[in-house]
Design a protein. Sequence first.
Length: 221
Amino acid sequence: MHGDFDFSVLLDSLPFLWTGLQFTLKLTIVAMLGGIALGTLLALARLSPIAPLASAASWYVNIMRSIPLVMVILWFFLVIPLLTGTPMGAENSALVTFTLFEAAFYCEIMRAGIQSVPRGQVAAGYAIGFTYGQNMRLVILPQAFRNMLPVLLTQTIVLFQDTSLVYAIGAKDLLKAAEIAGKNYNRPVEMVIFVALIYFMICYSLSFVVKRLQQRFAIKR
């Protein structure tokens, strides 16, 4: 019966939960790094004077930001295999989906960061002979990343929370591992509570880091 809590089963379920947490962290890190890289390229495209390139990037960002993430996850998992004839698997589908989806949000963050760099520094880079690529790589992007680091980390916290949506396609993340362990030990409530505490501790820790970074950057400015 579920009338009394029994958290003794948590010790036996830790190896299984750790496997789920590993995939959750892997998905977060891959989607963050891939999303920032692709998002930066999209931001540069959106700011490009080449109209077709800017328009294509704008369409991509606006479409991705207008569709619920769970629908994008299901679309990649169900539709892409039908088009290609090759199943991707839940884990691989989740990695691709989150990277492409998060890129749209990281794009807007990086675009704001690039536009926050004083025009005088951009002009100074050109004045000493930098090309557009050198100016962007050596002057603009380093400052943009620094300016937007707290916001990038905040988006990563949201990304970490959203990874639980891969539950919809059966990927073995932390939440899915908790569900299976809960069924195996007939203690679903204890598992859900324990997993909620894990999510809270990780998100709270990251939020504390973001707050400290914001204070540090505010003092430097």
